[in-house]
Design a protein around this ligand. Structure first.
Ligand code: BGC
Length: 746
């Protein structure tokens, strides 16, 4: 009997092994990378865009129903098994294909993540890792953002991808949002400018950009379940303008739909947003793909709403369900064709397009890319407070104390989908050590775990750098099961196990960081506090104790080097906050990580604080420098405008200090005479100018009048009021920093 059982078990094991071997061979070993370009000899005579559109029609008409259905999801014929092996086993990420059809010679799109650098597999040895997007938003430098995305796109092509799951342009409604670091800031206009720059730079390398997550995705922990309610004006004027710009000005050929619901409908089947607004109103001709695994619920609803491709594989767009829906008449084959064709046209256009250069893995982490990562980190850092402390003197013979749990850890941001690996990362300590090596200075590291020891070190040093903030454990993309998310949202608190990262329920620093600040701040006047994180923190408890504060963000692979250069004045800081920080965190709009329903109001960030007259600790657009700038002679060059005109204003900016620097000049428009509810003022222009000590330059800012429209929800159209408007220009959004004039629209 025992023998028989053993024999049967043996046979079962053997059978299992054989199945696994076959699966391994067919699904993994045999797995190849497919070319991104068409074989032109297969398609003679196809030259123009019209030829490609015609070709797409022809190819579609040759597809069987099964082949058509395969166009609707990632990795045709895929399985979780294959995906898992690829992602985690062979570390082949990002080779996630969609839309390939070998019989007809149709190449796939191959997607990679990458808001702060390409997500590459280990076998490539890493990619260039930039500061997070929020940091780059603080640079207010869209030309820099364009150069960064040029590199990201080149490196993407270098590893064989041609579709970027970037840029993330969701709005920072509340600083607690876990994925704040992946976007650029709180203001739709500012985020829109960055979105356009990123999309255009990425697509110039024939990488399809995919702005995400469309739309209203600004809470992380409940993202699979939360419903966002909002009125039409709030939707149109606050949460959509940057997406509209990325599509219309940027020319984005793809969008990633969000996990959450808007007005009761999941975004993956939200016909109002996907069809009525995106396609019918904005004229979007590209394709929409879902966010991953948990974004889709109903094949028929999504097909009808115009969700073109389910990612990363077929879960809801299931062949059986789709065929049943066709049989029962819920959908028609023409509905499927309507989804397949736009995606096919885009893919073919990219597959036929001439490339600017040859792409190979040799493009990864080139010295000029690394140099750009450092430049970006330097341009991003925001000096919030400086009581004659910085820049530190770089004289020799000094002792520099670098204190804090984060002073010497690799910390480039969250470990979710935006995680990117570089061959090395310079920590704050390493950057300072390298900087001082040539100067004969001693750099002493302390992890801050013993407060008495840290205080004694701070007191004995010539200069002190205290490093505080967060890691991927405190904020970032969040993964818990959908069930746990649902239960937590219903209860309004976490039920089950806490995931890593996610939203910040509390905007304070961790208690150990606060204790470290309190222990060290008064020990030495030559002390700078360096904050590492992706969004605003509540500084109210300790801000008065600290003589200097620098927001360094998650600064990328060269962050430590950039930090040393900023602290010691090799670089004059020029970053400015892409969000406002109120004195009292209770002034932020309502936010909770665990909810299945939330209402987004018309005001948040500086527009809310302006409206309420809240006391703001650090205004939107604020940041200090080691020099000073004076603004004079604001002049409106176009005092009377028609609806088709552009506003032009000019201002003289003078560097009145002794150091060269770069200033971010901002323009806001005010609506005091409006007949409808409007914000006090809105950002409508910015420019970055380099000024030598003593130099004056005239800065001209321009704005199409159409950018001043408001959305009349009764008449369902954008309207421009014929009134007089205020225009403000200066170095931050606070009144004391702004010159004021007026112009009129007739
Ligand atoms: C994220 C997306 C990301 C995708 C693929 C999702 O969980 O929300 O932003 O692009 O995963 O990694």
């Amino acid at each position: 009997m025992l023998k028989k059982i053993l024999k049967l078990t043996g046979l079962a094991l053997l059978a299992l092994l054989m199945v696994l071997a076959v699966l391994f061979y067919t699904q993994v070993y045999d797995y190849q990378r497919y070319p991104l370009k068409v074989d032109r000899s297969q398609f003679p005579g196809v030259e123009t865009e019209q030829d490609i559109e015609q070709l797409a029609q022809n190819l579609l008409s040759q597809m069987s129903l099964d082949e058509k259905i395969e166009q609707l999801y990632g990795e045709p014929g895929s399985s979780i098994f294959k995906l898992a092996i690829n992602l985690f086993g062979l570390k082949r990420f990002p080779h996630i294909y969609a839309g390939r059809n070998e019989r007809l010679g149709i190449p796939p799109f191959v997607l990679s993540d990458g808001p702060r650098g390409v997500r590459v597999s280990d076998d490539h040895g890493g990619a260039t890792v930039f500061p997070v997007a929020m940091a780059r938003g603080a640079s207010w430098d869209v030309e820099l953002e364009s150069r960064i995305n040029d590199v990201i796109a080149m490196e993407m092509r270098g590893i064989g991808a041609n579709m970027a799951a970037t840029p993330c342009i969701n709005l920072l409604r509340h600083p607690g949002w876990g994925r704040a670091q992946e976007t650029y800031g709180e203001d739709p206009w500012h985020v829109g400018q960055f979105g356009v720059a990123a999309v255009q730079a990425v697509q110039a390398h024939n990488v399809m950009a995919s702005p995400k997550h469309f739309a209203l995705n600004s809470i992380e922990n409940s993202r699979f379940v939360v419903n966002v309610d909002l009125d039409e004006r709030t939707l149109r004027e606050v949460y959509l303008p940057h997406f509209k710009k990325a599509v219309q000005e940027g020319g984005a050929v793809s969008l990633m739909s969000a996990y959450n619901k808007a007005r009761g409908e999941y975004l993956s089947n939200n016909a109002y947003l996907l069809n009525d607004i995106l396609r019918d109103e904005w004229g979007f001709e590209g394709f929409v793909h879902s966010d991953w695994f948990f974004a889709m619920y109903d094949a028929v609803d999504s097909i009808k709403a115009g969700l073109n491709v389910e990612m990363p594989l077929s879960k809801v767009y299931d062949a059986g369900d789709i065929k049943a829906a066709l049989d029962s008449g819920q959908i028609t084959e023409a509905d499927l064709d309507g989804l397949i064709l736009p995606a096919l046209v885009v893919r073919l256009k990219y597959a036929f397009a001439e490339d600017r250069m040859d792409y190979s893995p040799a493009l990864l982490v080139r010295p000029e890319h690394v140099q750009l990562a450092r430049e970006a980190a330097e341009a991003s850092m925001v000096l919030l407070k400086n009581e004659d402390v910085l820049p530190f003197s770089a004289d020799s013979g000094q002792t520099i104390a670098v204190i804090g749990r984060l002073a010497d850890v690799v910390n480039t941001g969250d470990r979710g989908s935006s995680n990117a690996k570089s061959p090395y990362v310079i920590t704050p300590y390493e950057g300072l050590l390298a900087y001082h090596a040539a100067k004969g200075n001693r750099v002493v590291l302390d992890d801050g775990s013993d407060l008495l020891r840290a205080r004694a070190l701070a007191a004995s040093a010539d200069q002190v750098v205290v490093v505080v903030g967060y890691t991927y454990e405190d904020e970032g993309e969040y993964l818990i099961s959908t069930d746990s998310m649902k239960e937590s949202a219903a209860a309004g608190r976490l039920i089950g196990e806490k995931g890593v990262g996610g939203d910040r329920e509390n905007l304070s620093l961790l208690p150990s960081d606060v204790a470290l600040i309190e222990a060290t701040a008064s020990a030495n006047e030559q002390l700078a506090l360096v904050y590492i994180g992706g969004s605003a923190i509540d500084m109210s408890g300790w801000v008065d104790q600290v003589p200097a504060i620098l927001y360094a963000w998650y600064a990328g692979m060269e962050g430590g080097n950039a930090l040393a250069r900023v602290l010691y004045g090799e670089v004059n800081p020029s970053g400015k906050l892409p969000f406002a920080i109120p004195r009292d965190s209770a002034d932020y709009p309502y936010f909770t990580p665990y909810t299945d329903n939330i209402t987004y109001g018309y005001y948040h960030g500086y527009t809310l604080f302006d409206k309420r007259g809240s006391d703001v600790a650090y205004p939107f657009g604020f940041g200090l420098s080691y020099t000073r700038y004076r603004y004079d002679n604001l002049r409106v060059l176009t005092p009377m405008l028609g609806e088709a005109d552009s506003l032009r204003v000019q201002v003289d900016v003078t560097n009145t200090g002794a150091l060269a620097g770069e200033e971010i000049v901002q323009m806001y428009v005010g609506f005091a005479n409006s007949q409808v509810e409007r914000p006090v003022k809105l950002l409508r222009g910015f420019d970055k100018v380099a000024l030598k000590a003593g130099e004056t330059t005239a800065v001209t800012l321009e704005l199409p009048v159409s950018e001043l429209a408001w959305y009349n929800d009764k008449e369902r159209e954008w309207q421009i009021e014929s009134i007089s408007y205020e225009v403000y220009v200066g170095g931050s959004s606070t009144n004391e920093d702004l010159l004021k004039d007026a112009f009129s629209i007739r």
